[in-house]
Design a protein around this ligand. Structure first.
Ligand SMILES: [Zn+2]
Length: 268
């Protein structure tokens, strides 16, 4: 067979196979068929998590960010995005995962704001009150559990989020990898700030790919102020929504049914 015949054969084959399926953007899915996105607001009103350098509980940062993200996803047509516990009640983490699983979301994202180990904290006075702060570290981080049926899907989602954030000027913190009690987390992707944390309950018990996102470090005085800056926070929300959109686009070329994660595969 000469070269001309080989080339003709290749063209014929390509023509018969038709065009390659183009990736589907999740934002093309609107209304009742839009894939579900579970957003978990880390902690509760009663057990509010970390305390910021100015004395504000983490829950309120998480709630504001989660609600902005929800609004952004809805605005993009992802109408089935939902917050797992909307009233800030103290719902057990396994129960939260179960509530999310019932709605068969395409993914779960748990929103948090970070702190540091106690020995890094110092005292300062803010509005007449003594508060604790640490300006040693700053930046976001992402966590993935490998005690799941689909760790690589969760890691893929985390990578998309990390890449969006980096490309928009955000930086990850490396302090969770420090070899000290309470940290020593394995870095799965250092440039993107992704750590492995197998026993994070909500990630472990989520039936869909799941990532925990720490937006930044609340005890860092400068970063606390940046985390409440509407423009910067809006940019971060856009990064997450873009990453979610890209992630869904990788899942849906064969139709909506592929988004429904098989609950029976979830064995712990
Ligand atoms: Zn937290």
């Amino acid at each position: 067979m000469n070269l001309k015949n080989i080339l003709c054969g290749l063209f014929l084959f390509a023509w018969l196979m038709g065009p390659l399926p183009s990736p589907v953007r999740a934002s093309e899915y609107h209304g009742p068929n839009a894939p579900g996105i579970a957003i978990d607001i880390g902690h509760s009103k009663a057990k509010f998590g970390a305390v910021s350098a100015r004395g504000v509980g983490e829950y309120w940062f998480n709630e504001q960010f989660a609600r902005l993200l929800l609004a952004e996803l809805h605005a993009r047509g992802l109408k089935n995005a939902f917050i797992v516990e909307t009233r800030g009640r103290d719902v057990d983490l396994i129960e939260r995962a179960k509530i999310a699983n019932q709605r068969k979301p395409a993914l779960l994202l748990s929103i948090h704001h970070d702190s540091v180990q106690p020995h890094y904290l110092s005292a300062w006075e803010y509005q007449g009150q003594e508060r604790q702060y640490s300006d040693h570290f700053e930046g976001f981080s992402l966590f993935v559990s490998y005690k799941r049926p689909d760790p690589h899907q969760s890691l893929a989602l985390a990578r998309l989020i990390g890449a969006e954030l980096i490309s928009h000027g955000f930086s990850p913190t490396m302090h969770h990898a420090e070899n000290i009690p309470g940290e020593s987390r394995e870095l799965l992707d250092e440039p993107l700030g992704i750590y492995r944390f197998d026993d994070l309950i909500i990630l472990k018990y989520s039936a869909s790919p799941a990532v925990l996102f720490e937006c930044g470090i609340l005890v860092n005085r400068k970063e606390e102020a940046m985390l409440t800056n509407p423009k910067r926070r809006g940019k971060m929300v856009q990064c997450l929504a873009d990453a979610i959109d890209s992630y869904l686009g990788t899942l849906v070329p064969n139709g909506q049914d592929d988004l429904i994660y098989d609950l029976k595969k979830c064995i712990w």
